[in-house]
Structures are given as structure tokens and as C-alpha cells.
Ligand binder design. Structure first.
Ligand code: F1P
Length: 591
């Protein structure tokens, strides 16, 4: 007889009941801030494995639950239809932050597949804040529902049939809510699909300025229409993030797993007559369980990399990702997320991609000198000042120009011994063995992943998810080791939009035990750098506070020190300067 699945602590209805899954703290990572590099990797592995756990016996749908597979099958059929009838039709993937970056990544990859088939391109992406948001945090536009609608209209001008895939891991971004609402109002053109990782009753219910709807009310309308096949809601739970609320991690991975399964199934149906079935989608997603296993089988190597990156950041050094192809894009994405998540400086973690904007192939093309992303830029701007304190991480596959990798490794090695590599190859491939040997000799550590050849049904795309997991582990772990995390909370988060502002206020309440009003007051004082709040400040709304917070570094740690020690901002600032490791500064206040 089959055993009923064991309920995990976070799945209990009593576990942090006021928070949606995407904002809960994960019981597995409670002590992450005190863990060694090796333990951090193990914790991340356990958290990622939750993506594939069975939800039987709980109220949560999971990635592989029947209803989720059924919905994904229906969505794949809609995609297939557009692929077969592309005239005046479009598939738009849209999201904010990481969700928008993944929308870009997938639209690019599947358009590339179409180009190879000489087929017209049908995918388009939208990211809140435009292409700059691919490379940096632009969180204010996430609150702007109207902007969401305008960018959707712009992307779809002249189209007669649009499949709109809106991604918001927390079912929370007003930018996406606005777009979904617009689709619901124009069903003759738009079929909306929502992708996120909370049950619908946990969708955000906060009023969106200037709108008559909330995210939750839009979801409810979608659910009604879904009964008639006019809309689709895909919202399995994947468990709380390793760092509370950091949806760039599992949220991003699950988005990739699930949408790639849908789009691959649709392409196989349209171009190879393979029928789309829930079982096929299930198999495609399940392969990623194996991707996780193969990746974390190298936990020791990942741990060593994380330790090197952590040491480097602690000593004021930099972490540079030098990538090729889509792995280069993943490096850019991971680096961009460190600023808002950990309060990192823009130079702390930087990504560079071979071929720069030509390879990125983004809608807006080159974004100017503030966004230099080519390897040439690395050679001119970073290499001259590179030292042993800095870490260089090469990200490539056997299909890339390995000679170029060796050349860059040589150049970096002249400046720092801290050169490392993450290299993927397909089983049986021995190309460029000589250059590969040279790269191995130049690198202090090399993580080599060998994937079954595509003939066995595992496509080379798997190395993208694998690289995402490694990079997320390295950048998250390095910041944990730098002391940027308290327990499993991001204490140095930027409060640059309403979601992050609310999260920060909640965190202050939790860690200080003070009432909400006092916490918000302390946060505002830290954002505006004043000891007394003026009427101007108190009469402003969250959007204005979030704007002011763009230039306020360390607002949350400052507010917390003020609350815990009942001191002035000046005094809190001095304490944090004396003890820049946020966790230790807080512990000193708590003890
Ligand atoms: C969008 C997002 C996240 C980012 C941060 C701010 O979230 O930009 O990608 O990590 O949490 O919000 P969502 O709409 O996908 O939930």
C-alpha cells in the first residue's frame, strides 16, 4: 500500500499562517547565517528538492500535481495553435525582476529555436522597467499597473490573437495584475495565463493605487474564466525560499522548469507531431529532479566556490562571472539580483557575456556605459585592478569557443590566482581537450558537469538550470558568509517597492518585537534619514517612500538597531560602521 506523504513543517496550516508560501521562512534554513559553506550548500539542496515533493495530504498543489499538469497541457496546446497559425499572433511572457529576466531568457531561447527552423518568431518578452531591469534592480515600476498595461499594448500592437503569460512568483506584482486585468477586458484578443507559486487565496489583496482591483480579485476573475477555458492559472507551491522571500531562487527555477516544459511540448507537437499530454509534461519536468541531483552531487566543489566567493566579498573583493551564451546571461542575471537582495554594491558581483549586447540580443540593444557587459569591458574596466582578493568565475560549455575561454583564463590568472570554472559537457564529448587541460591548470577549482547526450532525452538546456542553481548558491552563500543574512532573512534588503517595504516592516516587527506602527516609523526615519518624521513624510504614500529608499543604503539594519537599542539614527549608524557585519551588529544589540 502506498504510504501517505509526510507533511512538512511549512505545509501545516498553523505555520506562519498570515504569510503566503512565497514569503514564509523555511524551517530548513533557520540557522543558515551560522552555517559553514558546506552546510549552506546542503541546506540549499534540501530547499530546492522541495520543488518536486508530493503534496498529497496537504492543501497545496505541487509542481507535478494532476491539476497543474492538466492546466500546463492546455496552455501548451494554445502555444501549439499559435505556432501553427502565427499570423497576427503573439506569445508574450512578462514579469518583474527575476520573473521578467526569465521571461526574456525563455522568449529568446524559443525564438532562437524558431529561427533555426526558419519559422516566423512568435515570442516576445516584457520586463517591468524595460531592458535596464535585465541587468539591474528597477523595482519601482513593479508597482505600476498602468505601465504594465501600456507596455503590453505596445508589444501587441496590430495583433489579433495574444497568449499572455504573466509571471509573478508571489501573485503580487501590480505591473502584472494590470496586464492580466487588461487581458480579461479584451478576451477577443488576449488569453491570459498566470504563473506563480502561492495558492490563489494567498494572492496579494492590497489595493493598487489608481486601480479598482487587487491582485487577488484579478485572480478570482481569471479562475471564473478558466472554467470556460478562457484563462489559465498555474500556481503550484514549491515551498518557502531558502532566504525568506527571495523568489529569484526557487520561484525563478520553477518558472523556468514549468514554462520550458510547456513551450518544448508545444514545439514538439507543432514541428514533430508529438502529442501534448500531461504525462509528457510531467516527464519533462521530472527530468529536472535529476538535474538537481547531478548538480548537487558536486556539493563539495560548490561549497569550495562559495567559500572562495565569501572570503573575497568579506575582504572587499569582487566576484566576476565571465560567461558564454545563455550561461553568460545567467551570470548577468544572478549578479544583478545581489544589489536589491543583499544591499550589495554594484561592483561586488558583476557579470560579463562573450559578444556583449550582440549575444544578449535584447529588445533595446546596448544600454550605455553604465551597463557594460562584454568581456572586452571586463578586460578594460576590471582586469587592470584585479587582485588575489577578487574571484573570477568562468561559465561555459563544450559548445562554446573554448580557445577564447583559455585566453581569458590566462589574462585573469596573471592578476589573480582566484580563477574558477563551471564547465558543462555532454557525455562522450572530447573536443578541445588540450585547451580544456590548460583551463583546468589555470583554475584554482573547476566544477565539471557531464550530461547525458540529448539522444537519451535530456536536452542541453539542463545545464542552464544547473548553472542557475550553482550561481544562486554561490552568490547567496557568499553574502551569508559576509554576514548579510540574519537567520534566514535578508536584513539588508532595499525597500524600493511596496512588496519589499511591507516585507521589511514585517521583519522589523518580528526581530524587534515592537508594534507595527513603531516599526514603520523607524523604517521611515531610516529611509529619510531624519530623527523626527515631518508631516510631508507621513502624508506620502508607499510609492513615494519606495522612491526615497532608492538612495537610502542600510535602511533596514539602521531601523532595526534603532528599535533594538532605542538609540538615534546617528548612533545606529556609528554602531553599524563599527560592526559592518549586519548579523553581528544585530546580535550585539540583542545580547
Ligand atoms: C518580482 C520581484 C522579484 C525580486 C524581488 C522583488 O517578484 O522583482 O523577482 O526577487 O523579490 O520582486 P514576483 O512578482 O515574481 O513575485
Amino acid at each position: 500500500m502506498e504510504q501517505p506523504a509526510r507533511m512538512h513543517e511549512w505545509e501545516s496550516p498553523d505555520y506562519e499562517p498570515s504569510l503566503p508560501v512565497s514569503e514564509k521562512s523555511n524551517p530548513l534554513t533557520r540557522d543558515m547565517d551560522r552555517a559553514s559553506a558546506k552546510c549552506i550548500v546542503r541546506m540549499l539542496q534540501a530547499c530546492d528538492a522541495q520543488m518536486f515533493q508530493d503534496g498529497t495530504g496537504t492543501t497545496y498543489q505541487r509542481l507535478l500535481s494532476e491539476p497543474v499538469l492538466e492546466t500546463l497541457t492546455e496552455v501548451a496546446k494554445k502555444v501549439e495553435h499559435i505556432l501553427k497559425h502565427p499570423r497576427d499572433s503573439l506569445i508574450v511572457l512578462s514579469g518583474c525582476g527575476t520573473s521578467g529576466r526569465l521571461a526574456f531568457l525563455m522568449a529568446s531561447a524559443f525564438n532562437r529555436a524558431l529561427r533555426e527552423l526558419d519559422h516566423g518568431l512568435v515570442y516576445s518578452y516584457i520586463i517591468a522597467g524595460g531592458d535596464r531591469a535585465l541587468l539591474s534592480s528597477q523595482e519601482a515600476p513593479e508597482d505600476d499597473a498602468e505601465l504594465g498595461v501600456l507596455s503590453l499594448q505596445r508589444a501587441c500592437e496590430g495583433q489579433k490573437s495574444v497568449l499572455f503569460i504573466g509571471i509573478s512568483c508571489g501573485l503580487s506584482a501590480p505591473f502584472v495584475a494590470g496586464q492580466l486585468d487588461f487581458c480579461l477586458q479584451h478576451p477577443e484578443v488576449y488569453t491570459p495565463v498566470l504563473v506563480g507559486f502561492n495558492p490563489t487565496h494567498q494572492a496579494r489583496d492590497e489595493r493598487i493605487p489608481g486601480c479598482s482591483f487587487t491582485f487577488r480579485s484579478v485572480v478570482q476573475r481569471m479562475q471564473e474564466l478558466a472554467k470556460r477555458g478562457g484563462a489559465f492559472v498555474v500556481n503550484p507551491a514549491v515551498g518557502p525560499e531558502a532566504i525568506s522571500g527571495s523568489s529569484r531562487m526557487k520561484g525563478g527555477s520553477a518558472t523556468k522548469i514549468l514554462l520550458e516544459a510547456v513551450l518544448s511540448a508545444a514545439h514538439a507537437a507543432a514541428f514533430a507531431d508529438t502529442p501534448i499530454t500531461p504525462m509528457g509534461i510531467r516527464e519533462d519536468m521530472s527530468v529536472h529532479e535529476k538535474t538537481l541531483e547531478i548538480t548537487y552531487a558536486q556539493a563539495k566543489g560548490i561549497g569550495a566556490l562559495l567559500e572562495a566567493a565569501g572570503q573575497s566579498l568579506r575582504r572587499g573583493g569582487r566576484l566576476c562571472y565571465l560567461g558564454w551564451g545563455s550561461l553568460g546571461t545567467l551570470g548577468l542575471v544572478d549578479a544583478s539580483e545581489c544589489v536589491p537582495t543583499f544591499g550589495a554594491g554594484c561592483e561586488d558581483v558583476r557579470g560579463f557575456i562573450s559578444g556583449g549586447y550582440r549575444a544578449l540580443n535584447n529588445n533595446e540593444g546596448p544600454l550605455g556605459p553604465d551597463f557594460s557587459i562584454a568581456h572586452q569591458d571586463f578586460l578594460h574596466q576590471v582586469l587592470p585592478s584585479l587582485t588575489d582578493r577578487d574571484v573570477v568565475l568562468l561559465l561555459y560549455t563544450h559548445a562554446d569557443r573554448v580557445g577564447e575561454v583559455a585566453e581569458l583564463a590566462r589574462a585573469a590568472r596573471e592578476k589573480t590566482s582566484n580563477v574558477h570554472a563551471v564547465y558543462h559537457r555532454v557525455d562522450g564529448d572530447t573536443a578541445a581537450a588540450v585547451q580544456q587541460d590548460e583551463i583546468n591548470r589555470l583554475c584554482l577549482s573547476s566544477l565539471k558537469f557531464t550530461w547525458p547526450s540529448p539522444a537519451s532525452g535530456i536536452s542541453p538546456h539542463r545545464w542552464e538550470l544547473s548553472t542557475k542553481l550553482v550561481l544562486n548558491a554561490v552568490s547567496t552563500g557568499a553574502h551569508v558568509l559576509k554576514g548579510k543574512i540574519y537567520q534566514n532573512y535578508m536584513v539588508d534588503v532595499q525597500v524600493t517597492n511596496s512588496k519589499l517595504y511591507r516585507r521589511a516592516t514585517r521583519l522589523l516587527q518580528k526581530l524587534s518585537g515592537c508594534p507595527e506602527s513603531r516599526c514603520e516609523e523607524a523604517l521611515l526615519k531610516a529611509v529619510y534619514r531624519v530623527d523626527e518624521l515631518t508631516a510631508d513624510i507621513t502624508s506620502s504614500d508607499i510609492i513615494e517612500h519606495a522612491q526615497a529608499a532608492r538612495s537610502a543604503t542600510k535602511a533596514v539594519p539602521l531601523a532595526l538597531v534603532c528599535l533594538l537599542s532605542d538609540c538615534s539614527l546617528l548612533e545606529a549608524g556609528t554602531r553599524l560602521e563599527r560592526e559592518p557585519i549586519v548579523r553581528e551588529a544585530l546580535e550585539a544589540c540583542l545580547s
